[in-house]
Design a protein around this ligand. Structure first.
Ligand SMILES: NC(=O)c1ccc[n+]([C@@H]2O[C@H](COP(=O)([O-])OP(=O)(O)OC[C@H]3O[C@@H](n4cnc5c(N)ncnc54)[C@H](OP(=O)(O)O)[C@@H]3O)[C@@H](O)[C@H]2O)c1
Length: 274
């Protein structure tokens, strides 16, 4: 059955690919982000581009209103927009940490609040939230990103319980490392935030390592995860969480088994070997 789908962060990476896949399947897909011209590349597939800055209240309201005025309903909201501001806790300003929460949590929450009344009226709907393995496993220099994704796990589980009796479901996608701009943006923040400080040598090496990793073929290709996101968005009986991407399940499994100090030592040792 054809669904009306709104996906945030559709200008790049997993959002871009997911929008394309769902439009190819015949769904009515609205892709939203700040770089609208990137989404417009997907017009031949049928994706409709909308401007959205998820930190801007008026932009969120206008985006949802536009889809409702054109379609009269929203069946699926895919909350995908997000980024990683990596850096040592001492180095990342509270303003930058808050901005990360604005995008990864509060913006996502406002989008959800804006869409839910329409889903309740329809007595159906699905919210798909892009979390991360970083919502289960903690890394040094990723405290704020980790914090947003841990928060998103709790937010999503609470939301699922609250809206179930309105016929609305909530699904969490938990990717491991995926080959998108995310890694390059995060590496740049890590390098820049450490300039001139005590963490600079380690952070610079780690940022360089991340750049190499995200430009290599080691991270999973975004199309692979996007096919899973697309399936989770429209299949009849979705799972509550999809832990996915190369090594993601193993990482979370061993992290859960390992005493915390062993995990700490593993992370710190691997950083010193970079
Ligand atoms: N790549 C990974 O390894 C990985 C792993 C686990 C989870 N994730 C999560 O997966 C999601 C998608 O990331 P990706 O890997 O596909 O990264 P990406 O290629 O960098 O895409 C991020 C998207 O978020 C949008 N965005 C950022 N700030 C925004 C804002 N203020 N308003 C509206 N849109 C905004 C960007 O659009 P504009 O800049 O055009 O606005 C872009 O389309 C994120 O939530 C990320 O945290 C990524």
């Amino acid at each position: 059955m054809q669904k009306v789908i709104l996906i945030t962060g559709a200008s790049s990476g997993m959002g871009y690919e997911t929008a394309r896949i769902l439009a190819e399947q015949g769904h009515r897909v609205y892709g939203a982000a700040r770089r609208v011209q990137k989404i417009e590349e997907l017009a031949p597939y049928g994706v409709q581009a909308l401007p959205l800055d998820i930190t801007d209240e008026a932009s969120i309201v206008a985006c949802v209103k536009e889809v409702i005025s054109r379609e009269g309903r929203i069946d699926v909201l895919i909350n995908n927009a997000g980024y990683g501001y990596l850096g040592a806790i001492e180095d990342v300003s509270i303003a930058d940490a808050k901005h990360q929460f604005e995008v990864n949590i509060f913006g996502l929450a406002r989008m959800t609040q804006e869409v839910l009344p329409h889903m309740r009226k329809q007595h159906s709907g699905r919210v798909v939230n892009l979390a991360s393995v970083a919502g289960h496993v903690t890394f040094a220099f990723a405290a704020w990103y980790n914090a947003t994704k841990y928060a998103l796990e709790a937010f999503s589980d609470a939301l699922r319980m609250e809206v179930k009796h309105f016929g609305i479901d909530v699904v969490i996608i938990e990717p491991g490392g995926i080959r998108t701009d995310w890694g390059l943006i995060a590496a740049d923040h890590l390098r820049d935030s450490a300039q001139g400080g005590v963490y600079e040598p380690t952070a610079t090496r780690m940022a360089e390592g991340m750049r190499k990793l995200y430009l290599s073929n080691i991270p999973t290709a975004p199309e692979v995860i996007s096919r899973k996101i697309a399936r989770a968005a429209v299949c009849r009986h979705p799972k509550t969480r999809y832990l996915t991407g190369r090594g993601a399940k193993l990482l979370v499994f061993f992290h859960a088994l390992m005493p915390t100090r062993w995990w700490d030592a593993l992370v710190v040792n691997s950083m010193s070997k970079l």
